[in-house]
Ligand binder design. Sequence first.
Ligand SMILES: Cc1cc2nc3c(=O)[nH]c(=O)nc-3n(C[C@H](O)[C@H](O)[C@H](O)COP(=O)(O)OP(=O)(O)OC[C@H]3O[C@@H](n4cnc5c(N)ncnc54)[C@H](O)[C@@H]3O)c2cc1C
Length: 396
Amino acid sequence: MSDVWDLVIVGAGPAGSAAALGALHAAPGLRVLLLDRTDFPRDKPCGDGIAPHALDVLAAVGVHGLLDDKVPVHRLELVSGTDRVSRLMARNAYVVPRAELDARLLERAVAAGACFRRRRVSGVRLGQTHAVVDCAEPGADATGAPIRARTVVGADGAHSVVRRAVAPGRRPRSALALRGYAPVQDATRGRQLIVFGPRRQPAYAWSFDRGDGLANVGYGELLRRRGPAPSRALLLGQLAELLPGASTGGAGWRGHHLPLSSWPWRHPDGRVLLVGDAAHLVNPVTGEGIYYAVATGVLAGRAVVRALDTDPRPSGGAGAGGEHRRAVRLLLGRHLLHTRFTAGLVQVPALVQAAVRASAAQQHVFDDLVELGLGGGRITAGVVREMSRHVVPPTR
Ligand SMILES: Cc1cc2nc3c(=O)[nH]c(=O)nc-3n(C[C@H](O)[C@H](O)[C@H](O)COP(=O)(O)OP(=O)(O)OC[C@H]3O[C@@H](n4cnc5c(N)ncnc54)[C@H](O)[C@@H]3O)c2cc1C
């Protein structure tokens, strides 16, 4: 069995590295292999906003001080039409380029005992006693030797090949977003600024101050199930309209899909687990996905260890998928229901406006909405009460 890994993780973004960390924290001797088609550091189109919840999860698996050298962001500002709220968040967030964040996380996973290899994975096959991961070195003409594993975690992002092998089916609701890096403007310094647009929600432009003279700026919106996707020119045009001047001097423009979460969250049984974007876990209201990636990554690592402990035979691990489904639903099930419901509400512009007004009126409403948008929060009674006071009926 020596050529069979206990756990092979496809994708070494936040979800993949967190899966390795979760598994190795629970079972330090586990044989864990991380595969990614790119070398690190590598860029990933993202707003780079990191919620404190993600750092809490990492601390629980022994990752401390990951961003201690970075400038935290305290202030969040939301704008909808002429309504605006600018408040300090209950806890600091960070804005760190993914090239840095992901490389640091991978470094921690390797330090914990994971092996890293650069491989492009083309598919996963399921046998009776193990899974087979088909892959090749990027650029190689031929497929390389397949890799055998007792369990596999698919952490290979929005267009996951692992997902295609074990959970094909309906495409998720998706958004498309484009980001670049531009010199930070005085009006947006020291904050995360979000300006809601009039198109299909979630639709907003952002400027997130990195704290080093540059801001991550961008725009994204919900995609239609059918029909053409918005062009790069449209996305840049919306950014310029909603945040005039924010893209001036910008560079590094790149877009990417966001597979939005729904409810109920489904996951198959078996020895192949899905996490992060591959599990269609991006907040359908805010586009936040790093916390979900890290949280479900760690849960998957732990589920693998539990399944291998329960069935230590060489063929063990088939219980991991069920363990993972139960753990993710326990942590996020209610939250995903609330965010799915909220994603429907924000289609009504008057409710987005009401949320901004209610947040401006009451700190607790602002705090609750931040929890819903960045962490595992729910729609609270206080939010409903305060929003109902601020809904402006449409004029005839
Ligand atoms: C423009 C934009 C802005 C966003 N802003 C934010 C934000 O501010 N905050 C936030 O929390 N979230 C944000 N998100 C969402 C966030 O980027 C994702 O949710 C997050 O990256 C998910 O992490 P992951 O590890 O699941 O996947 P990824 O980060 O996509 O990592 C997947 C990894 O798998 C590798 N891979 C893919 N296919 C293969 C293959 N076949 N073989 C081998 N390796 C493979 C890739 O190289 C990659 O390293 C944003 C997304 C976009 C597009």
